[in-house]
Design a protein around this ligand. Structure first.
Ligand SMILES: [Zn+2]
Length: 602
């Protein structure tokens, strides 16, 4: 991997390309007023709600909320990472990036990688040819057909077969002049230490080619036909294959995933292929390891919703809970598909058929919280009080991880009803977990309901409108930002806004002037890009007067106070119930003070 591209150069690249040109290569655009409009490439639609602003150099979809600058557009559409997108735009702009910052052909490491890619591509075709066209491959082909894999699926997944031979692949690679030591590094051949000869890594196995996220073949997995071990043999890690960063079938599924804004996460190749057969085209799989943060981040560039569809045995259930925790940190909406006891998706589909898999498993997946409830109570005797309280504690911790207050409230009520514990007590207890969770995640937590809170402008409560309008002005003006920073000590109530403001302070502090498109490079997630592009598209007056600034800050301060009053009112009721009238009087006085300090806002 190359080093980081210097910030100045990133900026030079971003400034040299016009976002209208970049987007036009993928989406036909029409000028309408100051902006261009087209059909959104990120969701299915028939009337254009995808806008590109040449002036601000950003895009925004009024339908699905997608947003960003030219670099994030390439990232999201091509499934590339930040550096790769900058490289792609640099090519377009004819800007040469320093060789130590990128993998160029001149770089020996990358020449070697290019050779590895090419050899993999060649070997993939060779294996596929053996499977579909030759007498030697007939047995393997029959095996697949008997397992219900059709020709169409064999083609889509580019399946192949490695013959029962020690050197079939070695020979064809040698004949084409490939360096055997590079082929060994690529994992295609194995060197025998004793005689120094090279042999095929895969023998007598069905072959599943593994694409990286740009569509290049970087590895293979070989499945044994019939019984034997290991069941799957994978290519070793190499400079082009990092198991923990790749998802099987991501490249082929990315457009479908993006359109549906959903991915089905599975455990193995066979599951993905069976799911595809059932019409579930947005399935991806990890490769024999548990889900990593890197993989979750890749998914985050493409979708917001994940259905986890793992085996239903204990190992699968534990893996589901582990994957869910990683995905939750990235802010996905998560559901869990549940198979009858002991079956994996592949077995289920063979037993009950593809249609039933789609309707009874995928479409019937449950919310993550229902899954967690089952998970935490499994094998527990909830009639035992100690066990019961332990369970309640675990659930409170889970509820604290939820990003939406509305969800938290819902599950707290459910818990209160189920165990006949008063909601006040439960909330009090919950406070300790929720504070812990919020303190850590306040800034990084990603929430899922911006669409709702920005859209219906007229119905918004004063503090929400104040936060939005202020943020819009802060994005446009360094001056306003400085004033808000000096005059308002609290954080914004909306977590996303708070996080954006923290980045904005840092951005201006580095001496940057207001520039939405440039600022977007400072935002670490797709979600924040979406929020910013939405805010920027709100109708606001060009200038913010001192009077308006004051009104908005008053609205925020009032809201803070209202929140404090609400907390105190709970304390007050409790004091009254407990007969502590001295305490109650003190609290009442505090409430009155808070009330009288609130400012009247028009
Ligand atoms: Zn859209």
């Amino acid at each position: 991997m190359g080093n980081r591209i210097p910030d100045e150069l990133i900026e030079q690249v971003r400034e040299s390309v016009d976002i209208v040109d970049v987007v036009s290569e993928y989406v036909p655009l029409k000028k309408q007023g100051r902006n261009y409009f087209g059909l959104c490439p990120f969701h299915g639609e028939s009337t254009p709600s995808f806008s590109v602003s040449p002036e601000k150099q950003i895009f925004h979809c009024f339908g699905c909320g997608a947003g960003g600058n030219s670099i994030s557009f390439i990232m999201q559409l091509e499934g590339l990472n930040f550096q790769e997108s900058v490289q792609q735009l640099a090519q377009k702009a004819n800007i040469t990036l320093p060789t130590d910052a990128i993998d160029t052909v001149k770089n020996p490491q990358s020449t070697e990688q290019a050779i590895m890619h090419e050899a993999h591509e060649f070997v993939k075709k060779y294996y596929h040819h053996l499977l579909v066209n030759t007498a030697e491959g007939k047995e393997a082909l029959d095996y697949l057909i008997n397992r219900g894999i059709s020709k169409e699926e064999i083609k889509h997944f580019e399946l192949g077969v490695a013959l029962d031979s020690w050197d079939a692949v070695t020979k064809v690679l040698e004949k084409r002049g490939y360096s055997m030591s590079i082929m060994e590094k690529a994992g295609l051949v194995v060197r025998n230490e004793r005689d120094g000869n090279y042999y095929d890594r895969f023998r007598n196995r069905l072959i599943f080619p593994i694409h990286n996220h740009q569509g290049k073949i970087v590895a293979f997995s070989g499945r044994i036909m019939g019984e034997g071990s290991p069941k799957y043999l994978n290519s070793p890690e190499s400079s082009i294959f990092h198991k923990g960063k790749l998802l099987y079938h991501f490249y082929q599924a990315k457009n479908v995933m993006r359109k549906q804004n959903r991915a089905v996460l599975m455990e193995g190749f066979a599951d993905v292929i069976s799911a595809y057969k059932a019409g579930v085209n947005d399935a991806v799989a990890t490769m024999g390891t548990s889900l990593t943060e890197d993989q979750a981040k890749v998914l985050k560039t493409t979708v917001d919703q994940i259905i986890i569809c793992y085996d239903s045995d204990q190992a699968g259930i534990n893996a589901t809970e582990k994957a869910a925790n990683i995905l939750q940190k990235e802010g996905f909406t998560i559901k869990v598909a549940q198979m009858p006891d002991g079956l994996d998706p592949d077995e289920y589909i063979r037993q009950f058929g593809p249609e039933k898999f789609n309707s009874s498993i995928i479409e019937a997946s449950v919310s993550l919280m229902s899954f967690k409830m089952q998970y935490h109570r499994k094998g527990k005797n909830l009639l035992d009080e100690t066990v019961k309280f332990q369970y309640i504690k675990e659930m409170l911790q889970e509820i604290a991880k939820l990003s939406q207050l509305i969800e938290q409230d819902y599950y707290l009520n459910q818990l209160s009803k189920e165990f006949s514990i008063s909601i006040e007590v439960l909330k009090k207890e919950f406070g300790q977990y929720s504070n812990q969770a919020n303190r850590i995640t306040n800034v990084t937590e990603v929430k899922t309901d911006i669409k709702r809170d920005i859209s219906s402008k007229t119905l918004l409560p004063a503090h929400v409108r104040a936060e939005q309008t202020l943020l819009a002005h802060m994005l446009n003006s360094r001056d306003v930002t400085e004033k808000v920073r000096q005059q308002y000590q609290g954080l914004f109530y909306n977590n996303d806004y708070s996080e954006i403001i923290i980045h904005l302070y840092a951005y201006y502090e580095e001496g940057n002037e207001s520039n939405i498109s440039k600022f977007m490079n400072y935002l670490p997630s797709k979600r924040l890009l979406e929020v910013v592009s939405k805010i920027v598209n709100l109708q606001i007056a060009p200038e913010l007067t001192e009077r308006e600034l004051k009104d908005y800050l008053d609205a925020l301060n009032n809201y803070d106070k209202q929140q404090r009053i609400r907390e105190k009112e709970i304390d007050l009721k409790k004091a009254e119930r407990e007969g502590d009238f001295v305490k109650a009087a003190t609290i009442l006085q505090q409430i009155t003070q808070l009330r009288s300090s609130m400012k009247y806002v028009k």
